[in-house]
Design a protein around this ligand. Structure first.
Ligand code: PAF
Length: 277
């Protein structure tokens, strides 16, 4: 496994391979990332993983400095997973000068997580476009746990006609249902015991919709109050259509229930898809 820090060395290394598949990460890797790599590996001659904590996607009161940097153990996991190239640039390599040109996603960037985290999706789209230009992958894998991120990036690739296939990957969960996330490490033991409730609320909503309930507002309110009744501070529990995360019309068959809520100091997100027959 080659560990590369500069864009020029990366380009030179990748010139030698016919195609590559890309998994962008911010490090602090868990089994969810390894699942992305397992999906990636059979798809190309070379699997590239980036590790870069992107300041641009963190708000002023968010956890950029607190974000765990675990480079050594990340590299060990990536080596074991059979990754070919790790691209680990420092900040100067990605942002040698202040980033004055940015990718401005559609209005989608202002709803749901974008409402709670202004500028977040602009930061994500900007760094991912830059990374795509550095890695030139023919496909890239993104987890569906960050559903809105996946939709924003899928749309970016389509709108800019980038020759990259975006492949969504299913969320990986702990045995008790909690979606794996780097943020889970911030939970106290008591919060960790409580955390699976988020998925339980989503599963209940999913079951109600699948059973024919169409009063989505009531489903959303139930979910919100179930969280608020325990120690959570919910941001949203909402039923949307998968295609653009807008409110569903009666014709929409492909839905997703998304939730975000704060548990102590940690904000968790999760979602479940629902296909109507
Ligand atoms: O999902 C993440 O880890 C980040 O948002 C990404 C896609 C690596 C961009 O910094």
């Amino acid at each position: 496994m080659d560990i590369i820090h500069s864009v020029s060395a990366l380009r030179e290394r990748l010139q030698r391979v016919p195609n590559n598949v890309f998994v962008p990460t911010m490090g602090n890797l868990h089994d969810g990332h390894i699942q992305l790599i397992n999906i990636a590996k059979p798809r190309a001659a070379c699997t590239v993983v980036s590790i870069f904590v992107n300041r641009l996607q963190f708000g002023p009161r968010e956890d950029f400095d607190r974000y765990p940097r675990t480079f050594e153990s990340d590299c060990n996991r990536l080596r074991q997973a059979g990754v070919d190239v790790v691209f680990a640039p420092d900040e100067k390599e990605i942002y040698p000068e202040p980033q004055t040109f940015v990718v401005e996603p559609s209005d989608l960037q202002h709803i749901l997580d974008g409402a709670a985290r202004p500028g977040h999706f602009r930061g994500v789209a900007t760094v991912v476009l830059k990374l795509f230009n550095m890695v030139s992958p023919h496909s890239a894998i993104f987890g569906k746990k960050d559903y809105q991120q996946y939709i924003v990036l899928r749309d970016m690739v389509r709108q800019f006609a980038l020759p990259i296939e975006i492949i969504p990957a299913e969320t990986v969960r702990a045995p008790d249902g909690l979606a794996l996330s780097s943020r889970n490490a911030y939970l106290t033991p008591e919060e960790r015991r409580e955390a699976p409730r988020l998925y339980q609320v989503l599963r209940k909503a999913q079951a109600e919709i699948a059973a024919g309930v169409r009063d989505f507002q009531r489903i959303e309110l139930h979910g919100m109050s179930e969280l608020a009744d325990s120690i959570w501070k919910p941001d949203y529990v909402t039923v949307r259509r998968q295609s653009d995360l807008r409110a569903p019309t009666p014709q929409d068959r492909e839905l997703v229930v998304l939730a975000a809520a704060r548990l102590g100091r940690t904000r968790l997100i999760d979602n479940v898809e629902v296909m109507l027959r």
